[in-house]
Design a protein around this ligand. Structure first.
Ligand code: E4P
Length: 222
């Protein structure tokens, strides 16, 4: 399972990128709004910074404008993936873009039925929003498992991207369910590396290493 950052912050992307495990990035209009910068500039910077796929979302209200916007976004880089919403206009725009060879990510998916539509539209990625399903007292992980099962039975090649992840166990369970990609905010990504026993182990090794240096210094001076 590839690990993506869900952000439009270039600082966050640089921090995780140095770990060597960043598979790609997803952005959306809300994440861009947080950066308060020119979206074009931000998108281009992210596309250059990241080797993997970067999802850039259309914001136009109807299919014709989504297609025009999608073409522009796709032309920004070979790793650009165009995000279209799971709406009738989004599907129309998406299938038109797919027929032109554009890779699309169908976003705002909340049901298995919508995920089937995304696959039939020839989407490269489908994005079920697990956390937002949990937010309305439903089971986001059950939704993900259902989509992964249906895709396996049907042999759909669309990649399943577990989105709206809120904590490390969402990531672990997404891997168990068979998601191809998990996208998460910086806070969740940084939590993946943390374990108290790792910190305690590091402190102990460091202390023993220093003790050894003192022992050797003592032996050398006698
Ligand atoms: C995915 O592509 C979305 O940008 C994202 O995961 C949405 O997450 P949220 O529900 O935390 O806003």
């Amino acid at each position: 399972m590839k690990l993506f950052l869900d952000t439009a912050s270039i600082e966050e992307i640089r921090e995780i990128n140095r770990w060597g495990v960043l598979g790609g990035v997803t952005t959306n209009p809300s994440l861009l709004q947080k950066e308060a910068a020119e979206p074009d500039k931000v998108w281009r910077q992210i596309l250059e910074e990241v080797a993997g796929d970067v999802s850039l979302e259309v914001t136009a209200p109807d299919a014709d404008e989504m297609v025009a916007q999608g073409r522009t976004l796709a032309a920004m880089g070979p790793n650009a993936v165009v995000k279209v919403p799971m709406t009738p206009d989004g599907l129309e725009a998406g299938t038109r873009l797919v027929s032109e060879g554009v890779r699309i990510n169908v976003t705002l998916v909340f049901s298995p039925a919508q995920a089937i539509l995304a696959a039939e539209a020839g989407a490269y990625i489908v994005s079920p929003f697990l956390g937002r399903v949990d937010d309305v007292a439903s089971d986001g992980m059950a939704l993900l498992r259902s989509i992964c099962d249906i895709y396996a039975v049907q042999g759909y090649e669309t990649k399943v991207l577990a989105a709206s992840l809120r904590h490390p166990m969402h990531v672990v369970e997404s891997a168990h369910a068979g998601a191809d990609i998990a996208t998460m905010p910086f806070e969740v990504f940084t939590k993946l590396v943390k374990h108290p026993l790792t910190d305690i182990g590091m402190e102990r090794f460091q202390a023993d290493w220093e003790k050894l240096q003192h022992q050797l210094e003592g032996e050398a001076s006698t």
